[in-house]
Ligand binder design. Structure first.
Ligand code: GLC
Length: 651
């Protein structure tokens, strides 16, 4: 069976029923609609061709695109046009982001505007506000268990407050990023409540089973995401007397996207967010959105088809909203979220550069850049017109998910290397020399896997140094923090800082006393902001001052040069010294060499490294230290202090 090609007559009827002015004000929309229609039909056919109501559901989806467009206020349409005129607006080096919890950072949405100046002062103009929609207290997974996609959780304020904040932000030249939690809902969501009450219509929104047969079949190939706090992938629901798929926590019910009604409902929610004025929508956990027995239920081809379909829908109805796929998966799998084949650069506009993030922690612990360089074969394949979110820390753990092969190619044993990293960062006692203070997250004794929790500052040694009152160690951790930030800020993509890191927040262990958080040590790196501490950043000599000013300078350096726009213009220098990562950003004849020494010793790079790149100049200016260097003979070196870096432009 195939989806009937939607006839011109049906489309005309649809337009008429919605009073679209086809040749007048709505012409641009109508053009977008017609351009995307064949793709939408094709993708829909791939997913739902065999569904008994496929034709009807396709028309319903098209209707919701028209309604999404019609609900868009004129100012946002104008913003769409301006973005389109700019081309790939989101590749610009003028964007710099921060992720934050509104309550932990500012109190609530109403008080948030008063804190914008702190961010603007830093150079941040792009805000990822962590989940704001209703989520049951105590079973919220930091807001990623949503019970109502349209109602702001009263803890933060109201929908009106959110819209007011967005307007203020847009007026001040800022951008807004929010999440859509696509893979699951809270078990308290209306759909789940109806499913529990026995309504089959809503049981079909989830994966529910009366016995263990199918769940057992699934479990054979599905890994566990939170093996310690939420083992297994199914939960028995006594009210419903059925098993329900819960890949994350048992209170997060996986949505069943093989039901086209689920797709439609979630597209409606996405367009609702677009019409709140969201500039970038973070699609939470997209790797998981399609399930099939006999597979890991991650990264399935249908998940990509679904994302492509979503991209087309957004492109038609609310084109100014870009999409970010939060796919924290193996390096080569991440790349597929940008689209492949005919859909290259037509799936997610952004993905997290989770591989680079993990690798910078690898380099910091091992003082060795070789594993990172091995992984570039995958990373540099990012298609033009898409971009990375680059980051050092976020609200989640650090997974060491890069390929064993990248490690093995450097002559290291992958198992032992990962063991070393976990011990180095987790303060497990085995690496007592390690300055890092973090903890293992989601250890799985069955597979030996574990990820790492901890703030940037604690993982860089600041917590230990402060505890010991060790001044040189404090200075060194500040240097390491800035090295890590410089690396992710200059790497290519939209840098996304994590709140608190700009003033050096160390781990907060109070989550252990809160039963709704104690099972999840990621809370140690989600600080409750104390504005007295933050304000110390205005007092010269404080560590807050050094970190804030340093981060600010890095963002300013990036903004000042066009070659830091994400023009897919990243290459790596020959690793003449394995402690030094040498990144080159180019635009036409311009170039910038960004050099990072990940060692605790001074490291020298032969001047030949520049000559080898065809560098014709004799002088290099470092925007960080504001010093000039004469390029010396091949047998001499540029020497970089421990954990130091240089941002060199030829003069
Ligand atoms: C994403 C979020 C993470 C959450 C998970 C389940 O990975 O970043 O915090 O636990 O999805 O929603």
């Amino acid at each position: 069976m195939t989806v009937e090609t939607t006839s011109a007559e049906k489309i005309n009827q649809l337009f008429k029923a919605h009073s679209l002015d086809v040749q007048g004000v709505d012409q641009e929309f109508v053009t977008r609609f017609h351009t995307s229609l064949p793709k939408i039909q094709g993708l829909f056919q791939e997913l739902y061709g065999v569904h008994e109501e496929a034709d009807f559901q396709l028309l319903e989806l098209l209707k919701c695109l028209i309604q999404g467009y019609q609900a868009r206020e004129e100012q946002l349409r104008e913003r769409d046009r301006n973005k389109a005129a700019e081309g790939y607006w989101f590749l610009s080096q003028h964007l710099a982001g921060m992720s934050l919890y509104v309550d932990r950072f500012a109190g609530n949405l109403e008080t948030m505007p008063s804190k914008l100046s702190h961010l603007q002062d830093l150079g941040v103009n792009f805000l990822h506000l962590m989940p704001l929609f209703e989520s049951p207290q105590g079973e919220s997974d930091g807001g990623y268990a949503v019970s109502n996609f349209r109602k702001v959780d009263p803890r933060f304020g109201s929908l009106e407050d959110l819209i007011a904040l967005r307007k203020t932000m847009h007026d001040q030249g800022m951008y807004l990023m929010l999440d859509i939690v696509l893979n699951h809902t809270s078990h308290q969501h209306d759909w789940a409540l109806k499913a529990k009450a026995g309504e089959q219509e809503y049981q079909n929104y989830y994966y529910t089973y009366e016995n263990r047969w199918i769940p057992n079949e699934f479990e054979q190939a599905m890994p566990e995401i939170f093996p310690e706090s939420a083992p297994g992938n199914f939960t028995w629901n006594e009210e419903m007397k059925r098993w329900v798929m819960t890949v994350f926590h048992n209170y997060q019910w996986d949505l069943n996207f093989s039901n086209p009604k689920v797709l439609q409902a979630m597209v409606e929610n996405m367009l609702f967010y677009a019409n709140l004025g969201v500039d970038l929508l973070r699609i939470d956990a997209p790797a998981f959105i399609w399930k099939q027995t006999g597979t890991s239920c991650q990264n399935l081809p249908q998940a990509h088809t679904l994302l492509r379909l979503i991209k087309q829908c957004v492109q038609v109805a609310t084109p100014g909203m870009a999409l970010l796929g939060e796919a924290i998966v193996a390096p080569k799998d991440i790349l597929n979220y940008f689209g492949t084949g005919d859909f290259i650069a037509q799936e997610c506009d952004f993905a997290y550069n989770a591989t680079q993030m993990a690798l910078q922690w690898d380099m910091l612990a091992s003082a060795d850049t070789r594993v990172m360089l091995q992984a570039q074969a995958d990373i540099l394949r990012k298609p033009y017109g898409t971009s990375w979110i680059t980051y050092t820390r976020c609200h989640d753990d650090i997974g060491l998910g890069y390929e064993d092969a990248s490690i093995a190619l450097t002559g290291k044993d992958p198992y032992l290397h990962r063991k070393f990293l976990k011990e180095y960062y987790s303060y497990s006692g085995d690496q007592w020399m390690s300055p890092a203070r973090g903890a293992l997250f989601s250890s799985n004794p069955k597979t030996g896997d574990a990820r790492i929790s901890g703030t940037l500052a604690s993982l860089c040694g600041l917590e230990k140094a402060l505890f010991e009152g060790n001044e040189p160690a404090i200075e060194q951790s500040i240097q390491k923090i800035l090295l890590m930030q410089a690396y992710s800020i200059l790497l290519g993509g939209l840098p996304m800082l994590f709140y608190g890191d700009e003033v050096g927040y160390t781990n907060d262990y109070s989550f252990q006393q809160d039963p709704s958080k104690s099972y999840d040590n990621r809370w140690m790196h989600r600080p409750q902001v104390d504005w007295n501490k933050v304000n110390r950043r205005k007092v010269e000599g404080t560590l807050e001052f050094q970190l804030f000013e340093g981060t600010k300078k890095l963002l300013a350096i990036r903004k000042a040069q066009d070659l830091f726009a994400d023009l897919s213009n990243v290459s790596w220098m020959t690793p003449h010294n394995q402690h030094i990562a040498g990144l080159i950003r180019r635009k036409e004849e311009d170039r910038c060499y960004c050099l990072f020494n990940f060692s605790d010793q001074p490291a020298g790079l032969t001047w030949y490294a520049f000559r080898e790149q065809g560098e014709p100049s004799t002088q290099l200016f470092d925007s960080w230290s504001e010093m000039s260097y004469a390029i010396g003979p091949d047998y001499e070196h540029l020497v970089i202090e421990p954990y130091g870096f240089r941002i060199l432009t030829p003069r």
